[in-house]
Structure formats: structure tokens, C-alpha cells
Design a protein around this ligand. Structure first.
Ligand code: 2M8
Ligand code: MG
Ligand code: MG
Length: 271
């Protein structure tokens, strides 16, 4: 069984990025044999540091579904073709960041303004607008398949840019605070389907999947798991995601996450 989970505002606190509440539950779920697979807009560097904080080593889905990155030996390389980077196995769905940034530059020149991508900002500025410490801000800038845009534009202006992104083979996804552009073939859902397909090819077992998310960019994540869960946002409401199957959890971010974990651990009865 795999638990595919978003990070910001879901497993970790939206405001201070703390992983403290979920930590003991993540560890116990893994001891029981669950895979806890992060699936977020964060980079591999960011996700790996969070794994280290939690004392775990797990496959993860980075940069909004752009790649599945697994610890050495997780996939049987005679069955699954992978690219090895620093010992970890990568299955890539997206395109290199250099290419994404080139295409983004063409969108920006049409638009006539910079969209203020993280990779071109000073690390100090990324830290101050995100609330991340300097080291974390640098890891957020080390994007390998995407670019996070910090421009503050009204929603209708973002929407008016959609066709220009599409023309360049890009997709621009609103996150909790910013927008992130990725190759249009990648998304959290596609990466989860790929993960399940590789799992099946390797083990002949059908992967059972839980999913947790908090915002619109988790729609594809939630659509592609067996047991989707939506936690509340900091304002106490659920994101407007359709899907009758979705269990709306009565808890903000990590508080909601822990409620689901307790059910899986049998500490509280499932509804
Ligand atoms: C970006 O992700 C958030 C979460 O959804 C957002 O778009 O608002 C990414 O750049 C991520 O890598 C970074 O850690 C985060 C910091 O808030 O911002
Ligand atoms: Mg989130
Ligand atoms: Mg996210």
C-alpha cells in the first residue's frame, strides 16, 4: 500500500513548514510496511532533506509529477529503465529545467514582463517571500524540471496566459502561494499512474493507494488514487475540487493528515 501525499499545507504546516505533527505517524506507517510517497511541487533536494528530518528513505514524486525518484535498488533495473543520479533511480516524465526556462522566456517576451522565476532570483529574496530559511530557499531554487513564478498577478491575467503556455508545451499550475510551470506531459496524476504501473510490472501485485492533498493542484493526485483525502486549508475550508469519492477530512493540513494516519493505524475507527 502506498500513501501519496502532498507536502505544503498537507503533511507539513502551510505557514512554518514544520513536519513535527506528522513525524511519528509517518515512521509508524513505514514500520508497518506502507510506502509514504511525497508528491509535491518541491524539488528532490527539498524532499530529501524533509525525508532526513523524518528519518526515512522512500521513493518520491518531485516538481509536480515531473519525476519519480527512488532510493538505490528500489526498482529492478532489468524491468524498469531508470536514470541514476547520485545513486538514486529516476523515472522522468517532465523535461529539463533549461528547456522549460527557454520556453518560459518566450511566453514572457510575448507577455512583455518577467514572471519572476525562482531560479533567477536572489536566494535571500526567495527566502523572504516564501518564509523558508536560506538553505531551504536555495533547495527550492534548484529546480531540475520546472520553474516557480513569484509574479503577483490577478487570476484573470494568469488565465489569459494559459494559451501562450500551452503553445510552448507548458502547463502553469497554481500552488499554495505561487505558480509553477512544468512540461505539459507531466502531472501528479500521471506520475502516480506510472508508479502503479511499474509496481505492477515488478511485483505482479496491484498497488493499493491512498492520497492526501490540500489544494487545486492536488486534483490529479486525488483522481488517481483508490482512497483520496482532502485536508482543510489554513482558512478552515476545503479547496474546490470536484470528486464524489473524495473524503473531506475535518482538520487543517497536518492535523487532518494525522487523523487519516490514525485510522490507517487502527487507532480510530474508519468512517
Ligand atoms: C513552491 O510550491 C508551493 C507549494 O504548492 C507553491 O507553489 O505555493 C515551490 O517552489 C516549492 O519548491 C517551494 O518549496 C514552495 C515554497 O513555498 O513554493
Ligand atoms: Mg499543498
Ligand atoms: Mg504542493
Amino acid at each position: 500500500t502506498a500513501i501519496f501525499t502532498d507536502l505544503d499545507g498537507t503533511l507539513i504546516d502551510f505557514n512554518d513548514y514544520s513536519s513535527e505533527l506528522a513525524r511519528p505517524y509517518v515512521q509508524r506507517l513505514i514500520e508497518l510496511g506502507y510506502l509514504v510517497v511525497f508528491c509535491s511541487s518541491k524539488t528532490f533536494q527539498e524532499q530529501r532533506v524533509l525525508q532526513e528530518e523524518l528519518g526515512i528513505e522512500m521513493p518520491c514524486i518531485v516538481e509536480n509529477g515531473s519525476a519519480i525518484i527512488a532510493p538505490p535498488g528500489f526498482w529492478d533495473e532489468s524491468i524498469t529503465p531508470v536514470r541514476i543520479v547520485n545513486g538514486w533511480q529516476r523515472v522522468e516524465l517532465g523535461k529539463p529545467a533549461a528547456e522549460i526556462r527557454q520556453r518560459l522566456a518566450r511566453v514572457e517576451s510575448k507577455f512583455g514582463e518577467s514572471l519572476l522565476g525562482f531560479s533567477r532570483m536572489m536566494t535571500e529574496d526567495v527566502a523572504s517571500i516564501t518564509g523558508l530559511d536560506i538553505g531551504s530557499a536555495r533547495r527550492a531554487q534548484e529546480r531540475e524540471y520546472s520553474e516557480t513564478l513569484s509574479a503577483k498577478l490577478p487570476q484573470d491575467v494568469w488565465e489569459s496566459l494559459d494559451s501562450a503556455f500551452e503553445y510552448e508545451g507548458l502547463k502553469c499550475l497554481p500552488g499554495g502561494r505561487f505558480h509553477t510551470v512544468i512540461d505539459s506531459s507531466a502531472d501528479k496524476g500521471a506520475a502516480i499512474r506510472k508508479f502503479a504501473e511499474l509496481w505492477k510490472a515488478q511485483s505482479s501485485e496491484t498497488l493499493v493507494s491512498f492520497g492526501l492533498g490540500d489544494s487545486e493542484n492536488d486534483q490529479e493526485l486525488l483522481e488517481n488514487v483508490d482512497w483520496p483525502h482532502l485536508v482543510k486549508r489554513p482558512n478552515g475550508s476545503w479547496a474546490g475540487i470536484d470528486g464524489r469519492r473524495i473524503e473531506r477530512v475535518n482538520g487543517v493540513g497536518p492535523r487532518g493528515w494525522v487523523k487519516v494516519a490514525k485510522q490507517l493505524l487502527g487507532e480510530t475507527p474508519a468512517k
